[in-house]
Write a protein that binds this ligand. Structure first.
Ligand SMILES: C[S@@+](CC[C@H](N)C(=O)[O-])C[C@H]1O[C@@H](n2cnc3c(N)ncnc32)[C@H](O)[C@@H]1O
Length: 257
């Protein structure tokens, strides 16, 4: 796991750093994708790499049994703090605790999601295979898996540019986030450097991402008995992903054990 998610300052800043992310519309996309396959809502969802729990908390408001898990205890603690401010019965666990409970009493889910580039945080092929294999074992037969990631093809075609996002809160407070990337294509790695300015405070973070090719991911999924329903552009079910699409999302169905 990246040490960044063990850094208290980063974890506390996480929701501000990614304040421009459209969580409610991603949740809509998730539910729409599931419905396009099963014509109904899922009864249970596992959110792998749930971070501070934003998707999980929104999903749990829809009368769905939701569990969020994350390798980082600090992210889980932040998700629990957020849950305490809402009336949600969503459960949050560290991956370690959750896997331990699953070994004793296996619970399977209708839908598993892993959103916002969680797979890019995995750096070894063997670990990526184990990640999907565990996910498969936690999914009911005919269950659905949805996850998004960076498209390594798009990054190689057109290197990421610096980005500056300004957010002004209703209090008038301004937060400016500047992001730049160091790309090492020969090793399929990207270092994402973010710099957040708020009042007289500044905050720096570095995230190390591995770029997986869509082809490698497909091979792993097919070997585990998944059917790829669609590999789409961003979070748009109607648009198949192309080479130049930076953010791509897999919607898959487990068709055999
Ligand atoms: C960019 S954050 C995304 C968090 C959340 N899904 C969101 O959309 O805000 C990536 C998260 O994945 C977690 N993570 C990385 N590798 C993981 C793994 N193998 N299993 C579970 N969580 C993982 C990190 O700790 C981090 O919280």
């Amino acid at each position: 796991m990246s040490k960044t998610y063990d850094n208290t300052e980063f974890v506390e800043m996480y929701d501000e750093l990614y304040g421009d992310k459209q969580y409610p519309s991603e949740v809509e996309f998730i539910l729409k994708s599931y419905k396009s396959i099963h014509s109904k809502d899922p009864r249970s969802i596992l959110d792998v790499g749930c971070g501070t729990g934003t998707h999980s908390l929104i999903l749990s408001n829809q009368d769905i049994d939701v569990v969020g898990v994350d390798v980082s205890k600090k992210m889980i603690d932040e998700a629990l703090k957020k849950r305490a401010t809402q009336s949600s019965d969503c459960n949050f666990f560290t991956s370690q605790d959750f896997d331990f409970c699953q070994k004793r009493n296996l619970k399977k889910f209708d839908l598993i999601v892993s959103m916002f580039n969680v797979v890019n945080h995995i750096h070894l092929l063997g670990d990526l295979q184990s990640f999907f294999s565990k996910i498969s074992s936690y999914l009911v037969e005919d269950g659905v898996l949805i996850f998004d990631m960076w498209n390594s093809v798009a990054v190689a075609k057109d290197l990421p540019r610096d980005r500056k996002v300004e957010k002004i809160f209703s209090s008038g407070e301004k937060v400016v986030t500047t992001t730049s990337c160091d790309v090492d294509l020969m090793n399929s790695r990207v270092k994402i450097k973010s710099y957040l300015e708020r009042k007289d405070q500044v905050f720096n973070s570095v995230l190390d991402h591995s770029l997986w090719s869509p082809r490698v991911i497909k091979e792993i999924l097919l070997s585990l008995g998944f059917e790829i329903v669609i590999l789409c552009k961003g979070h748009n079910l109607k648009i198949p992903a192309k080479n130049e699409d930076y953010k791509i999302c897999f919607v898959c169905r487990k068709v055999r054990k």
